[in-house]
Design a protein around this ligand. Structure first.
Ligand code: GAR
Length: 196
């Protein structure tokens, strides 16, 4: 049975593109929908160019978070979504929303969780003198950037590099890690993957 996969984005959508491109051939999942909470970002054209239905659900047009999340939920159900991949989606989902999709939401985060939850992960990793850094794919639970780890990829930090250069190198790792984890999860394997 095909795992119908939706991808939620807020920005450039480079992770979304690698996920969409990975879901071909004998892959157990297929992309059915891209949702974007911002009307003006590059990821929208990118999704359209890949031939995936894309809908903007602009959080600023709703009275509150509950109404925004109800609209997201309705779109996901319209497309009979089985699995949701957050890919640079920059809204924090409420516990109520997450609990409606138990074990069915994945997220990629640009740090080696549990280190550096939240924002500005690369600058914080450099400031902390970390010798290693990377990215994590995890199951989404109500607590921010928490939940069972499904995969990590790591690199050696060059203490002289800028946060931007480090972000670029981590993003390349993300593009390897997320498709690999998605494939395993869609096939029913949630054991943590370590990529080097
Ligand atoms: C990625 O680095 C992703 O890990 C990060 O945003 C970037 C999105 O890039 N996500 C978060 O920080 C989530 N809190 P993309 O739009 O090109 O995939």
């Amino acid at each position: 049975m095909t795992v119908r996969t939706a991808i939620l984005i807020s920005g450039s959508g480079s992770n979304m593109e690698t996920l969409v491109r990975s879901m071909t051939g004998d892959h157990p999942a297929r992309p059915v929908l891209v949702l974007c909470n911002r009307p003006d970002v590059a990821g929208i054209e990118r999704a359209a160019g890949l031939g995936v239905p894309v809908h903007v659900v602009d959080h600023r047009r709703f009275a509150d978070k509950a109404a925004f999340e109800a609209a997201l939920d309705a779109r996901l159900r319209d497309y009979q979504t089985d699995l949701v991949c957050l890919a640079g989606f920059m809204r924090i989902l409420s516990a109520g929303f997450v609990e409606k999709w138990p074990h069915r939401i994945l997220n990629i985060h640009p740090s080696l969780l549990p280190k550096f939850r939240g924002l500005d992960t690369h600058a914080r990793a450099l400031a902390a003198g970390e010798t290693e850094h990377g990215c994590t794919v995890h199951e989404v639970t109500p607590a921010l950037d928490d939940g069972p780890i499904l995969g990590q990829a790591r690199l050696a930090v060059d203490p002289d590099e800028t946060p931007e250069a480090l972000a670029h190198r981590v993003l390349e790792l993300e593009h390897r890690l997320y498709p690999a984890v998605l494939r395993r999860v869609a096939a029913g394997d949630r054991s943590p993957l370590q990529l080097d």
